[in-house]
Ligand binder design. Sequence first.
Ligand SMILES: *Cc1c(COP(=O)(O)O)cnc(C)c1O
Length: 392
Amino acid sequence: MVDLSVIKTPCYLYDLDLLEKTVSVAEREAGRHGFIIHYAIKANHDPVIAGIIRDHGLGSDCVSGNEVRRSIELGFHRNGIVFAGVGKSDEEIQLALGEDILLNCESLEELGIIDEIAGKSGRVARVALRVNPSVEADTHHYITTGTDENKFGISLAHLQSALDKCRDSEFLDFTGLHFHIGSQIISLEPYRRLCERVNQIWQAFNISGYGGRLLNMGGGLGIDYYDPEANSIPDFEAFFEVFAGTLDLPAGIEIHFELGRSLVGQCGRIVTRVLYTKQGVGKKFVITDAGMTELMRPSLYQAVHKIKNISSSGNPETYDVVGPVCESSDVFAKDAILPETGRGDLLQILSCGAYAASMTLNFNLRERAHPVYISEGKISGNAPVKDFRAHE
Ligand SMILES: *Cc1c(COP(=O)(O)O)cnc(C)c1O
């Protein structure tokens, strides 16, 4: 066992063996159907994490120019990099064009700008049209992206104009359609509905006739935040089978996915030390040295993360586990049941491999939490320094 008591806290602790296993399973299950996976690098852009995924030969799905740059620097194949986002700047579009990166275009207005920039630089932009399919994802409303109320994608009402624009421009190479309906989707039903919608759209708009040869179904497969240790690898088999069984497209269409959370979510934890247990009025607070600056999901969308005290085997007690940041929403868990907890105990917040480190906030000028990696029982990364109770 690795001795965590010597690690400087708070830190992100990554289990690289679990990551390897998860990516291998995802690849194997996608491979059965000839599907291609890109890694949504916004879930975690840590170079070691992304490097392992690159080594498996996955592509990268980016939502900013800097993510495109990071992916290129890390050695992701250029033709495996795709770039989505509702607000790409001219500079970001230029970067993508210069590197011949596929652009997932999200509006008629953006298509016009891509056409203009490509024309001026004498290049042909490879584009896929991100379509808003008007499908409910059954997840938190902050992370649904495929309904009429969301800012993402081209609505069906504008798809015909977008296709015509691509056909009429010599600077636009239309490659196919892109969808992404949301994140942390637990039921496979929304994906089934999405597939049925895609079948209709492909036919009704004669996508093959416009030169459509690829379909990108996005990501969003959820993970088990309630019992992460029992379900550390998502059911990729069932996920991909929905698409294989429901999509009904002409032969030869390449089918792509962009998975973020499901690949990396369970391989990371936050290790944090208890600074105080504070007696409130009718409540006890556990105050940790990690806060919303290291994990903002609970404050941003009431996300649930399982918390363990790995130092104590005392009797169970009920606590609100909170961070040190000056915000009332800086709460990791309300009424969590933990063994009796005291100053200096080490807690682990589970399922922090995705949208934790990559969403780090600079608020309160907090020090950056470093990553630490465990592989085959050995620890590496940030030199473990014991800095707690420096006066002792
Ligand atoms: C965030 C995002 C993804 C990945 O979502 P996950 O829920 O992490 O799988 C995929 N595609 C696009 C366009 C995204 O914005």
